[in-house]
Every structure is written in structure tokens, then in C-alpha cells.
Design a protein around this ligand. Sequence first.
Ligand SMILES: *Cc1c(COP(=O)(O)O)cnc(C)c1O
Length: 390
Amino acid sequence: MSEAHAPGARGPEGTIPLAVPNIGDLERRYVLEAVESGFVSSVGPFVAEFERRFAERVGAKHAVACSTGTAAIHIGLILLGVRRGDDVVCSDFTFVGSVAPIAYLGARPVLVDSEERTWNLDPALLAEELERRARVGEAMPKVVEVVHALGQPADLAPIVEVCERFGVAILEDAAESLGSGWSTGPLAGRQTGTVGAVGCFSFNGNKIATTGGGGMIVTDDDELAARARHLTTQAKVADVGYLHDEVGYNYRLTNLAAGLGLAQLERLDEFVGAKHRIAARYDVAFADLPLVLPPRLAGLDATYWLYSVLVPETDGRGRDELLGHLSERGVGARALWRPLHLQPPYAGAPVVGGTVGQALFERGVSLPCATELTEADQDRVVRAVRSFFS
Ligand SMILES: *Cc1c(COP(=O)(O)O)cnc(C)c1O
């Protein structure tokens, strides 16, 4: 998303970048160690260490590293038994990487809208849809894929309740929400990605922690973890010459990438702290403006991975006018995700609701929030935003 700018660098003409990786000495040290060890590919000590420490960090029993977040979701759906012709519920308001793996499997996405409170999957709409299916005798979706968009946890407890009631598995797309979780209610103390049967993370260059490109599958189920490991390594049977007992995938993370990831993981608290500080400063600076600020909900602890605001439509001046205004002032802002039901490959998918996600897209603007954003640069962003309304 934000990879138009070189890591750590300023954009053209001193543009303040939206979000760029934070790569320091620790990252350099681990990557160099991987290079010098000769283990640069998918065998090597950093992969296992990254998996072990990641599982520990998020509070899952197992973590299996993958080449991308999209690959993690693809394998996650296979683990949960998704096959051709199945329905899979997916949040409508999300990045396209959430849904493509459903299509890879020949399954049909059923797109459920967001709620205004969290900007994430609406538990009431999901309950209506599953209750409707039960009433008319329509097959249940195989999986409900819940996205925690922009670092904001979904209101997952009622989703868990309704999915348990109808026997539907949950896959959490936590690609954008590493470091976020719940602090009150039935899920108190849990982190996003560890509640559903399977959770998937991404370490793409724009995420809060990066491996250049990479992903992670987490689960508490021993068998699912073993199967994930098998499927991501070409379904190769150990110790038997080139025997592959099912169709597998070449989805393993490289040791080089895992070295980078381990360093980023060790700095995750620093990154989350920076995102919180940036979000808190924006919240104060914009408190009197006619903007909708990102959700702040007791017990749903967001990272504010991508600090985003909603622009009111006044005098025909909305999102595009604000984006243009900021661009002219060297501020690298960006629109939010176009909901999946407006994406050509998924235009025919059933939609439940559809107006909240669309409004987020039509009104949403993400503002610079790189973990290395200086207060002086943030003040420049604030002045640019305020001058739009004056
Ligand atoms: C980034 C992202 C993905 C895909 O991850 P990649 O590592 O880029 O393949 C999936 N879902 C969401 C919500 C994402 O933001």
C-alpha cells in the first residue's frame, strides 16, 4: 500500500510518507547473521525461532511462518476444510488479500458489512444471515473470516457466540492487527488472531512489523499446525525420497526474511507505542474538527496501525478534495479500502448490508503514521488537515 516510498526515506519533494518500515541495527544484525550462516532459504534457525517467539508473543500454541499473509489465509481456509462450492463469509470492508484465497479454492465469498462502531464485521448482520440460513434450510458457510481492519479489533465475542451456535469455524484475518486485542469482557487478555480456530498475520512492507514479505498462521490445534507445516512445504513426507502425499504449496518463509521478522518482533512494543502516541496526538489535534476519528472503544485495544479519519461531505468537498489538498502540501495520505462488493472479481458475490463499508471507503482518509514520524512532521500534517477546514 505505501511502498511507493523507499523505506525510511522521504518521498518526492519531502513528502511525509504514509507508513514505511522501521529498519534499524537489530534488523541489520540478524539479516547479516543469516547471510553469513549460509542459511538464506527456508531451512535455517531463524524460521523456527521466529515462529516460537511469535506464538509466545500473541499467546497461541503454534505459529507456522509463510511466504505472505495471503498464503497464510489460503492455507488457513484449507485447514478449516473449505472446498469448491462452499460459502465463506468474509468482511466486506477489507484489503483484497482477505478474499482472493476464497476464490483460489473455488469457494464463494459472502460479504458481510461492517458496523459503524468498530468499522469491522457487524455481529448483528452475521447473526441475521446465519439465522436466515437455518430458517430456510440453506447450508451454513464453512468459515466466517473476520478481519480486524486498520489495527482495530472486531467485536469478536458475539461473533464467536453466533458461530458456536451454528457450528461455523472462525478464521481471523489479523494481517493488520498485530499487537491489538481485548482487555475486558469474555475475551479479556486475548490478542487478535488467537481466538478463532486459525489466525493469519502479514509481514508485508506496510504492516506494523515486516519481513519484506511474509505471513504467519497461528492455531492452538496440534493437528492443524502440523498440517499447515506440511502444506506450506510442498506436502513433502519427511525422510522418504521425494514423496508428496497431497497437493502442497511452496509457501515457506525464508531464513533471511525470518531474521528480519525476529528483529521486528523484538521491537514490536516500541512500534505499538509509537502508533499509540501518534494516534493520541492526532485525536487531540483534530478534536474540534468535523472529522470522524478512529474508534476508541473500552476493552477493544487498537494499535491504530493506520490512523484513519472520515471526512464529512460538505459543499461538495469530501475525501478526494482532502486528499488533493494534502498531496499539494507534501502529506502522503491515502483513501481506505474499496469494499469487496465493488471489486470487479467479487461483484457477483452475495452481500449482507453494504452501506457502512461503502461509506468508510467514500469518506476515509489514512494519515501519515510511520513509527518514525517526528512530532514536527506530524504537526505539518495537522496544519495541512486543519487548513482544509478553515
Ligand atoms: C496485507 C493484508 C493481507 C495480505 O497480506 P500479504 O502479506 O500482503 O499477502 C490480507 N488481509 C489484510 C486485511 C491485509 O491488510
